[in-house]
Design a protein around this ligand. Structure first.
Ligand code: THU
Length: 132
């Protein structure tokens, strides 16, 4: 595995440790790499109303955007599941819009990893090009 992929997985693992998931007890960590190499991390943050819960992937992307980033070059998602957990449908849309066809690195705490391209996770995606 490439060194910067390991760095991204480590950052996502650290973020997972901060997950606020008292309702699902399902902790997720994510990390996105900006074009200049900076890393932004996120964890899932749940709400007692359930529906207001925000996934780790979107927290990481919103953090980067709010710090002035425009695009991201890769994302890592870490969950403690034997079968590697991919981003949910809502997050796939947001990853596509802010990252494009980037590698999505899935990992668990045992060090199992798999990299999938976004275009494979969200084929024929809707995005801003249709609005023009
Ligand atoms: N979750 C994420 O953070 N990312 C995903 O892509 C899948 C789901 C969170 C949301 C919720 O807090 C918990 O996992 C269970 O769905």
């Amino acid at each position: 595995m490439h060194e910067n992929e390991t760095k991204l997985i480590d950052a996502a693992t650290e973020a997972r440790g901060r997950a606020y998931a008292p309702y699902s007890d399902f902790q997720v960590g994510a990390a996105v790499e900006a074009e200049n190499g900076d890393i932004y991390i996120g964890c899932n943050v749940e709400s007692a109303s359930y529906g207001l819960t925000v996934c780790a992937e979107r927290v990481a992307i919103w953090k980067g955007i709010s710090c002035g980033e425009k695009r991201f070059t890769r994302i890592a998602v870490v969950v403690d599941t034997e079968e590697l957990t991919p981003p949910c449908g809502v997050c796939r849309q947001i990853i596509w819009e802010f990252c494009g066809d980037v590698p999505v690195i899935l990992s668990n705490l045992e060090g199992k990893t798999e990299t999938i391209q976004m275009s494979e996770l969200l084929p024929r995606a809707f995005d801003s090009k249709f609005l023009k």
